[in-house]
Design a protein around this ligand. Sequence first.
Ligand SMILES: Nc1ncnc2c1ncn2[C@@H]1O[C@H](COP(=O)(O)OP(=O)(O)OP(=O)(O)O)[C@@H](O)[C@H]1O
Ligand SMILES: [Mg+2]
Length: 168
Amino acid sequence: MDFSRQRKPDKTVCDINSVLEECVALVKNQALFHNIQIIKQFDRDLPMAVVDPSQMQQVFMNLIINAVEAMQHSGQLILKTYFNPFEEFIHIEVLDTGHGIPEENMEKLFDPFFTTKEAGHGTGLGLAISYGIIKEHKGAISVESKVGQGTTFHIRLPVRAVEEHVDE
Ligand SMILES: Nc1ncnc2c1ncn2[C@@H]1O[C@H](COP(=O)(O)OP(=O)(O)OP(=O)(O)O)[C@@H](O)[C@H]1O
Ligand SMILES: [Mg+2]
């Protein structure tokens, strides 16, 4: 996975809900999204995270585009954030009602160049890069899927650590 590690994150105190909101604003008027219902379930009390906002945007955009491509242009895209005060993580979920992922592909998803898209439509780097970015942020990314029903990607990111020094 070293391959997919790009530049070091340029971390700043950041509201993940706003980053997701920007992603929605970027895509919602695109043709691909015309018959997609985008449902935002944001935790309004989500703590700040210390992240690189442009890298987070890159991760979320790839998950959103993947989700919409899996829905073949119609369905529901749910973007969810939540926080449990007993944990040190914030949670982000991207759910779709798309075609799902067959069991045999589940282990390969985060491999560089794994794609089921036609030549010219995907390089298979989106999830590999996302994995690298989330790892650099000391978070985790995982997936659950049911063929014919849909897919959920789950990300957890550490909440702002008190001892962490960042410029504000
Ligand atoms: N939400 C999803 N539903 C169904 N399959 C998915 C979903 N997200 C990813 N996949 C599967 O995982 C593969 C790898 O995804 P990844 O984002 O890494 O590459 P890609 O989308 O094919 O290409 P790229 O992101 O480089 O344009 C996809 O080709 C697809 O088969
Ligand atoms: Mg992709």
